[in-house]
Design a protein around this ligand. Sequence first.
Ligand code: BT5
Length: 260
Amino acid sequence: MRSLRPDELIRPRCRLGHAVSVKQSTGSTNDDARRLAESGAAEGVVVLAEEQSAGRGRLDRRWLSSPGQNLLFSVVLRPACLDRPGLITLAAGVGLCAALRAEGVDSRIKWPNDLRAGGRKLAGILCEAGAGGAGGCEGVDGDFVILGIGLNVNQTDFPPGLSATSVAAELGRSIKRPELFRRALAELERALDLAEADPPALLAEWMENAEVRDRRVRAETPGGVIEGEAVGVDEDGALLVREDGGGVRAVVAGDVVLER
Ligand code: BT5
């Protein structure tokens, strides 16, 4: 498959993607984007790589991706809601899900940060906050968030033990990556605008597209097990679960499984 070129990815004059650099290989695009942000890169600058030697998820987990097949990129964000990193993660899920659905994939958001189709993982989101560099917005001078996305696009073979799928596997045809990239950035931009202007609307759109919608869940949290019906998310990104007794508890961290 041929390599991506910046000129087919760029979105001139848009909030996200007005500048895109493409690397054949790197450690982690999140680290590259962080270095750019620390030296003053504006919001919306993107670093994309065809291959990562140290692609990562949360908690030092690895992100594995065959070279030249998928979309691996990180965006510098300097949003107005920088004090609410949970909201930014939710916005990323909403935006990416909308782009995948527009592509024809029946994608759902799995709390807190996975995109899945048919119960398999299609994409992962890694938001990392940082400080430094110019161009911050009011009250949060110079601070930024790096939004990293790994989206399985044309890869159809995955390492054993990984419950993964891709856009191509779901649709049964190969995908033009530049179009999907630009669509993803456009939807991420829309969701980010919404997170800033109307957080309740963003939370509602998240729930509309969530796997947990109208489902019973069991969350294993550091503070014990919470079981009940998932009823929403809050502005910190916590999952709200109504327990059988009627009280609503916020799941801030932990693993959530669907019960039925
Ligand atoms: C994530 O973490 O899902 C966030 C992944 C973010 C990756 C992007 S790539 C561009 C940017 N640069 C980086 O270095 N990172 C970001 P988490 O929820 O912790 O899930 C990680 C787990 O997903 C792993 O432990 C595997 O089980 C699984 N996994 C790894 N690679 C996968 C793949 N290609 N498809 C599906 N699942 C995968």
